[in-house]
Design a protein around this ligand. Structure first.
Ligand SMILES: [Zn+2]
Ligand SMILES: [Zn+2]
Length: 136
Protein backbone atom coordinates (compact mmCIF):
# COMPACT_ATOMS: atom_id res chain seq x y z
CA UNK A 1 0.00 0.00 0.00
CA UNK A 2 1.35 3.40 -0.86
CA UNK A 3 1.87 6.00 1.76
CA UNK A 4 0.48 9.48 2.00
CA UNK A 5 3.83 11.16 1.36
CA UNK A 6 4.23 9.49 -2.03
CA UNK A 7 0.79 10.39 -3.23
CA UNK A 8 1.01 13.98 -2.02
CA UNK A 9 4.36 14.38 -3.79
CA UNK A 10 2.84 13.02 -6.96
CA UNK A 11 -0.01 15.49 -6.68
CA UNK A 12 2.48 18.31 -6.31
CA UNK A 13 4.40 17.18 -9.40
CA UNK A 14 1.26 16.92 -11.47
CA UNK A 15 0.19 20.37 -10.33
CA UNK A 16 3.57 21.80 -11.35
CA UNK A 17 3.37 20.18 -14.78
CA UNK A 18 -0.10 21.58 -15.42
CA UNK A 19 0.94 25.01 -14.18
CA UNK A 20 3.71 25.52 -16.73
CA UNK A 21 1.16 25.64 -19.52
CA UNK A 22 3.65 24.16 -21.95
CA UNK A 23 6.59 21.86 -21.46
CA UNK A 24 8.87 21.03 -18.60
CA UNK A 25 11.78 18.63 -18.35
CA UNK A 26 12.58 16.37 -15.41
CA UNK A 27 15.41 18.58 -14.17
CA UNK A 28 13.30 21.72 -14.10
CA UNK A 29 10.41 19.81 -12.50
CA UNK A 30 12.78 18.60 -9.78
CA UNK A 31 14.03 22.15 -9.24
CA UNK A 32 10.53 23.59 -8.94
CA UNK A 33 9.29 20.82 -6.68
CA UNK A 34 12.11 21.44 -4.25
CA UNK A 35 11.94 25.22 -4.51
CA UNK A 36 8.71 25.12 -2.55
CA UNK A 37 10.31 23.81 0.59
CA UNK A 38 9.56 20.17 -0.16
CA UNK A 39 12.08 17.41 -0.45
CA UNK A 40 11.25 15.42 -3.54
CA UNK A 41 13.96 13.05 -4.76
CA UNK A 42 15.00 12.69 -8.40
CA UNK A 43 13.88 9.06 -8.20
CA UNK A 44 10.40 10.19 -7.21
CA UNK A 45 10.34 12.68 -10.08
CA UNK A 46 11.28 10.01 -12.65
CA UNK A 47 9.00 7.37 -11.16
CA UNK A 48 6.07 9.77 -11.11
CA UNK A 49 6.69 10.90 -14.69
CA UNK A 50 6.68 7.25 -15.80
CA UNK A 51 3.48 6.62 -13.93
CA UNK A 52 1.78 9.72 -15.39
CA UNK A 53 2.88 8.57 -18.81
CA UNK A 54 1.48 5.08 -18.29
CA UNK A 55 -1.80 6.50 -17.04
CA UNK A 56 -1.94 8.76 -20.07
CA UNK A 57 -2.15 11.97 -18.02
CA UNK A 58 1.13 13.32 -19.31
CA UNK A 59 2.80 13.13 -22.71
CA UNK A 60 6.53 12.58 -23.04
CA UNK A 61 8.05 14.37 -26.00
CA UNK A 62 11.54 14.39 -27.39
CA UNK A 63 10.93 16.95 -30.16
CA UNK A 64 14.32 16.16 -31.66
CA UNK A 65 16.10 17.00 -28.42
CA UNK A 66 18.47 14.81 -26.48
CA UNK A 67 16.24 14.86 -23.42
CA UNK A 68 12.53 14.49 -22.92
CA UNK A 69 10.08 17.09 -21.84
CA UNK A 70 6.61 16.60 -20.49
CA UNK A 71 3.25 18.19 -20.94
CA UNK A 72 -0.29 17.49 -19.88
CA UNK A 73 -1.76 15.15 -22.48
CA UNK A 74 -4.91 15.50 -24.48
CA UNK A 75 -3.85 18.37 -26.68
CA UNK A 76 -3.73 16.83 -30.13
CA UNK A 77 -4.04 20.01 -32.09
CA UNK A 78 -0.80 21.81 -31.52
CA UNK A 79 2.58 22.12 -33.07
CA UNK A 80 5.98 23.00 -31.56
CA UNK A 81 8.81 25.23 -32.61
CA UNK A 82 12.11 24.27 -31.05
CA UNK A 83 15.14 26.56 -30.85
CA UNK A 84 18.38 24.86 -31.86
CA UNK A 85 20.32 27.47 -29.93
CA UNK A 86 18.82 27.58 -26.45
CA UNK A 87 16.43 24.63 -26.58
CA UNK A 88 13.40 26.79 -25.90
CA UNK A 89 10.09 25.24 -26.96
CA UNK A 90 7.10 27.28 -27.98
CA UNK A 91 3.82 25.68 -28.85
CA UNK A 92 1.20 27.04 -31.11
CA UNK A 93 -2.21 25.87 -32.06
CA UNK A 94 -3.11 25.40 -35.66
CA UNK A 95 -6.08 23.72 -37.35
CA UNK A 96 -3.55 22.13 -39.71
CA UNK A 97 -2.68 19.51 -37.10
CA UNK A 98 -6.31 18.45 -36.83
CA UNK A 99 -6.56 18.32 -40.59
CA UNK A 100 -3.51 16.10 -40.69
CA UNK A 101 -4.94 13.80 -38.01
CA UNK A 102 -8.25 13.61 -39.86
CA UNK A 103 -6.56 12.87 -43.16
CA UNK A 104 -4.50 10.04 -41.59
CA UNK A 105 -7.61 8.59 -39.99
CA UNK A 106 -9.68 8.88 -43.14
CA UNK A 107 -7.09 7.59 -45.56
CA UNK A 108 -5.49 4.89 -43.46
CA UNK A 109 -8.19 4.01 -40.95
CA UNK A 110 -5.94 4.71 -37.98
CA UNK A 111 -7.19 5.99 -34.68
CA UNK A 112 -4.54 8.64 -34.02
CA UNK A 113 -3.80 9.00 -30.34
CA UNK A 114 -0.63 11.04 -30.38
CA UNK A 115 0.95 13.69 -32.54
CA UNK A 116 4.45 14.99 -32.17
CA UNK A 117 5.07 17.80 -34.58
CA UNK A 118 7.91 20.21 -34.34
CA UNK A 119 9.73 22.71 -36.45
CA UNK A 120 13.34 23.51 -35.71
CA UNK A 121 15.03 26.85 -36.01
CA UNK A 122 16.35 29.77 -34.02
CA UNK A 123 14.30 31.92 -31.66
CA UNK A 124 14.50 35.71 -32.15
CA UNK A 125 17.07 36.04 -29.39
CA UNK A 126 19.38 33.29 -30.71
CA UNK A 127 18.93 34.52 -34.26
CA UNK A 128 20.16 37.95 -33.20
CA UNK A 129 23.13 36.42 -31.44
CA UNK A 130 23.93 34.47 -34.56
CA UNK A 131 23.76 37.54 -36.75
CA UNK A 132 26.03 39.41 -34.40
CA UNK A 133 28.61 36.63 -34.27
CA UNK A 134 28.58 36.23 -38.04
CA UNK A 135 29.27 39.91 -38.48
CA UNK A 136 32.37 39.93 -36.27
ZN1 LIG B 1 16.97 30.33 -28.72
ZN1 LIG C 1 3.24 20.65 -26.67
Amino acid sequence: MENYRQSSQRQLLLKLISEVNGHIDAKELYRRANAQGNSVSTATVYRSLNLFKELGIVDERSLGQRHYCYEVSGKLDHCHVVCQGCGKIVEFETPLVNQLVEAAQREHGFNITKTELYLKGYCPWCERERELSLRH
